[in-house]
Ligand binder design. Sequence first.
Ligand code: T4K
Length: 398
Amino acid sequence: MSITQLAILGGAPAFEMPLHVGRPNIGDRQQFMASVGQILDNRWLTNFGPFVGQFERELCRFLGVKHCLTVCNATIGLEIAARALGLAGEVIVPAFTFIATAHSLHWQGITPVFCDIDPATHTIDPAQVEHLITPRTTGIVGVHLWGRPCDIEALQEIAARRKLKLLFDAAHAFGCSYRGRMIGNFGDAEVFSFHATKFFNTFEGGAIVTNDDDLARHANIIRDFGFTGYDRVVEVGTNGKMTEVCAAMGLTNLRSLDDFVRINRRNYHAYRRELDALPGFHLIHYDESERGNFQYMAVEVDAQEAGIGRDDLIKVLHAEKVLARRYFWPGCHRMEPYRTLYPDAAATLPRTEAVADRILVLPTGSAVSEEDIETVCGILRVAVANAAEVRQRITSHG
Ligand code: T4K
C-alpha cells in the first residue's frame, strides 16, 4: 500500500464492509436453532428453566466453582453482587475500566473511589488501594482488564488485613486463569459478562460466581426480586434473570470456546508479527503460561516514537472502515457524574490518564481473518511512514 491509497488522502477505503471491534463469535447455528425449537416446545422461556439450569451447571464445571448465577447482563450482576456483599459507603475501583464498573456502585448510592492502575498491566494498583482506604471503605472492586488478572494476591492480602470485601469485575476474563486456577475462584465473588461483544456471548448476559454458600444464597434472592418462595419477599431485589434463549446461546458457544480462543490467539500473534517492529506501537502482553482468551487486541501508541498520535490513527483507520476503538478513554473519572462530583480526580490518576490517551483497540475475533490483519497493519505502517503528511492532511481537513 502507498500513501496515495490511504482513504484519508482520497483513496478508496480498504474495506467495503466495516471491520468492527467486538463482532460476535457464533457457534454451531444448527445446534442453537434446535435449542430454540426446544425452548418453544417447552413453552418455558425464562425464570430458571432447563437451559439456564444446564448452563449454570456446565459453567460451574468449567470454572471449578461451587456456585454460578447467570444474569441478564454483567452490570446487573455487579449490582447484585455488591448488594449481596453489603457494600456501602466507599468502594475502591480502577478509573480505567468500562463505565459500568463505577455505575453499578453509584446506582446503589455507593461512592466509587477511583484508583490508578499499574501501567504494565492496566489493572488496579494495590499500592494505591492501600492509600485510598478510609473508615468509610467497605470494599475493593478489581477489574481483570483485557482478560489479564489483577494482582489478586496483593488485593486479597489487603482485603483480609483491612477487613474489606473483594469483588472482581471479570467481564473480560472468562476462560482465563491466574496461577493455574480459573478466574471465578477469587475474592468474595467474580462477575463475568457474556455480552455480544465478548468473545463468549449469550447475546446479553453474565454470571456471578462464588465459592461462598451464604453469598450465593443471598445473591440468588436478590436476582429474583427478593422472593424466597411463592408470595414471599424478604428484601428489595431486582430482576437479574437470564432467559432460556440466552442460556441456549451460551451452551452452544461453550462447545466452540476452544475454537474462539484459538482464533483470537492466532490473530494476536498475527498482529504481533506485523506491529512489533513498528516504532511507537506497544502491544499488550498476554502471559501464555496461563489460560487466556486474547479477546482484546489493545495497543499503546507512543505519539513521539510513532510520529503520529492515537487519535489521528483512529481517523486514518475509520476512513478505511476499520472501526478501531479507544477503550476506555477518557477514564471513568472524566465521565458524568464523576467528572462533576470529583473535578480534581485526574491529578491523582496520572497513569490512567497516560494509558487512556494512548490506547488503541483493533478488531479481532472470528470475523477477522489474517488477511484482514495484514491490511489493517499495512494501513498503520503507511500512516507511520508518512506521519507528517497524514497529520497535515488531518489538520487541514478537520
Ligand atoms: N465491566 C467491564 C470491564 C466491561 O467491559 C463491561 C462491558 C461491563 C462491566 C458490563 O458488561 P455488560 O453489562 O455489558 O454485560 C461494549 C459492550 O456493550 C459492553 O458490554 C462492553 N463492556 C464494552 C467494552 O463494549 P460499546 O459501547 O463499545 O458497544 P457498541 O455498541 O459500540 O459495540 C462495540 C462494537 O461491537 C461495535 O464496533 C459494533 C460491534 N457489535 C456490537 C454488537 C452489540 C457487533 O458487531 N455486533 C453486535 O451485536 O460497549
